[in-house]
Design a protein around this ligand. Structure first.
Ligand code: ZN
Length: 184
């Protein structure tokens, strides 16, 4: 699969197909979007919201939610705000999210079947990382989106003039529902 992708890439460059995508590092809409890595949203989300190459900073993870105040998603957002003119942040979760139902204990079992030593998982617990909780899902998507918005609004390093809102997308129609209004 990866070989095919590399082959495709050679042709893409050779045929100068990149010409349609030329832009710079600053987001035209002064917007950063945090959303889920779900396959259904890869093209649907930008299409449903009218985003073109160069319009936004796009940060993806499992669920599109943030639980760690000093993790990589917050780091990316702060760099966006201070270095790349981001003035608005949209947290976009979606219905039927695969990350929601994840059972951390089940993943631990799968890790052991795939050759991870039980002692490794136990050692992490002593280092403060409870693998079961860390990989586990969330009870309510709307609540997780709301918590993420609040985490960012109350973040000690996030300036007050950044507008932050929370939204829920339908992964079939692309319809967006407001969970937390950005204007508060
Ligand atoms: Zn998802």
């Amino acid at each position: 699969m990866i070989e095919e992708i590399l082959e495709y890439n050679k042709n893409f460059v050779k045929e100068k197909k990149y010409k349609n995508y030329e832009t710079d590092k600053f987001p035209n809409k002064k917007l950063a979007v945090v959303t889920c890595m779900d396959t259904r949203l890869v093209e649907l989300l930008p299409a449903a919201l009218g985003f073109k190459n160069g319009d936004i900073k796009l940060i993806k993870n499992a669920g599109g939610i943030i639980t760690n105040k000093f993790g990589s998603a917050v780091r990316s957002l702060l760099i966006g705000v201070y270095e790349l003119n981001v003035q608005n942040i949209m947290i976009i979760g979606h219905k039927e999210c695969g990350a929601k139902q994840v059972n951390g204990l089940e993943i631990e079992r799968k890790m052991i079947i795939r050759g991870i030593k039980k002692e490794e998982i136990e050692t992490m617990k002593y280092c403060g990382i409870d693998v079961e909780n860390w990989l586990g899902g969330f009870d309510s998507t709307s609540k997780a989106i709301e918590d993420t918005v609040m985490l960012l609004r109350n973040h000690p390093l996030m300036p007050n003039d950044v507008k932050i809102g929370g939204y829920l997308m339908d992964p079939w129609t692309g319809e967006l529902e407001v969970i937390v209004d950005a204007d508060f």
